[in-house]
Design a protein around this ligand. Sequence first.
Ligand code: F6P
Length: 466
Amino acid sequence: MPRLVVISNRVAVPKARGVPGAQGGLAGALNAALKANGGIWFGWSGEETDKFTGSINYVRSAEGVTTATIDLEHQDVEEYYNGYANSTLWPLFHYRIDLTRYEREFGKGYERVNERFAESALPLIEPEDSVWVHDYHLLPLGERLRSMSIENRMGFFLHTPWPPTNLFVSLPYHERLVRAMLHYDLLGFQNNTWLESFLHYCGKELGADVAPETGAVTLEGKTTIARAYPIGIDFDHFMSKGDTGEARQAQQRLMASTRRRTAMIGVDRLDYSKGLPERLDGISRFFDRHPERTRDLVFIQIAPPSREDIGSYQQIRATLEQKAGQINGARSDVDVVPVRYVNRGYAQEELFGFYRASKIGLVTPLRDGMNLVAKEYVAAQDPDDPGVLILSMFAGAAQQFDCDGEGALLINPHSADDIAHNIRIALDMPLEERKSRYEKLITSVREENVQRWTENFVGDLAGVER
Ligand code: F6P
């Protein structure tokens, strides 16, 4: 396999922004890819400066992965990260045009930072390298690199959904953005739904020649291949976290504090796409319907704050505080608090222990590219006494766990009734059924792992004609 140059907004720099390495699924996945192929990982350090210098910081991690990062200036972070990436593209890609902000300055900042990424990454790219760019922050980066005479194979993977054409066209200059994307040789999406939306857009709005069987999109003589590559977790690595004192301690801690009650867990970045208020409404509905079960169930929601400078994120935080407070105010007793709402992150070992101690995993995003929490929850279960996964039908993971209704309990996250109904089913599910559902899910989580995802994408990229 050729050496990889991975480029993403965030990299797993130790202590980036005061957290132990970049958080989330992307970071874990890319670390695994670089360990397997060698190479370098380039991105933003997470630091802000007064003036952009372009100087590159190199760090070699204990795992042998070299990261190269640049600092961005305040205005860049405001217009590119808080602005175009997370106030324009993120809500739009999650079907939330009500929250999408279209500001000319955001667009300019986005283009400026993509140009800065290209100029800074340029000297790191050697002639035989494969370049692999990630996520909505860097859609036009390939085109910028091509304009600087980079002839390497270049692929791009989108970790979020791609919205339907009739939503996407609400983005000013949408054509320019997608034309820029067609400078990559290979475009990867999490599943067929997002892929089909992208192909539909290319055919309808750009008049490109689209071959759905092969994913070939041809425009003005240049062909790009677009395909679905569902991402997985680094299964062996995650399982090794479970085999630690920290994991066992975390499991004991949660079990001791919930005693005879069933623990139900949700772990999400505090983001409006995750369906958190709707989830609390569903739980509230469950307690309304079954007040006698208030002593049977305790819900633990871990929600580390995210993108805190953005108004819509501040708003969702306030909404959640209010809803969690309402449920607890109405349902608590001196020795019972039904919802534990925690605004902090935990190490993977601890999460493993919390997942294992929880007999229900609640993953109910309104829209999600994949959702790796669903996969980690399954991986952490005790095969002899597994918990039940309640999963949104709008998470990419639901499409991948295609178990004909015999794996996760699939729900509509907009429906409080549906959530409440399935919590009851999960609470009462007999062991045999839990085991058979778990078996179906764990096979997918184990086999369709991040190594396979990397091999498939990098292998296809190596094979594209240039
Ligand atoms: O694709 C979405 C994503 O990149 C996730 O992989 C990751 O968990 C999250 O966004 C990180 O968000 P941010 O870098 O804005 O904190």
